[in-house]
Design a protein around this ligand. Sequence first.
Ligand SMILES: [Zn+2]
Ligand SMILES: [Zn+2]
Length: 154
Amino acid sequence: MSSSDIIHTGGCFCKAVRYQVTGKPVTSAYCHCTLCQRLQGAAFISTLHFSASNFSWTHSEPHDAALDVFEVTSKPWKKRRRCKNCGCTVASYNSKSELWSVWGTQFDRDEDGKIKGWDTIKPTAHIFYETRLLDVQDDLGKWTGYESKSERIA
Ligand SMILES: [Zn+2]
Ligand SMILES: [Zn+2]
């Protein structure tokens, strides 16, 4: 199996919105930035970026009928999609980088509650670590910004 054969499926809590991504993510990291913290209501999140050609909606068409689109004023180039029914934010598209963001927590799980195929996409770093709410003791690098594009601080 080549990496382009890897398919992960996921979606919102109520399953009205569904998507799939193929291949390896461009980025997979735990993000500790204040925007992710506030938007997602979590201390940090598992964020994955995929090229536009590797992301697609799979719920019934027209896809936009199930989705609200919103943006944060400080980052208008990022269009965020949430399910109109359950309110879950499920993906965002960055028109500068031409990448889709999705979140590791929303991929489909096996009967034990584990993300299917997690080993192929799991995070490789902690990013925007300076604004963390807690210290994380693991072997992954800790960066002030994006992995390998900022200062490594641990
Ligand atoms: Zn939903
Ligand atoms: Zn973030």
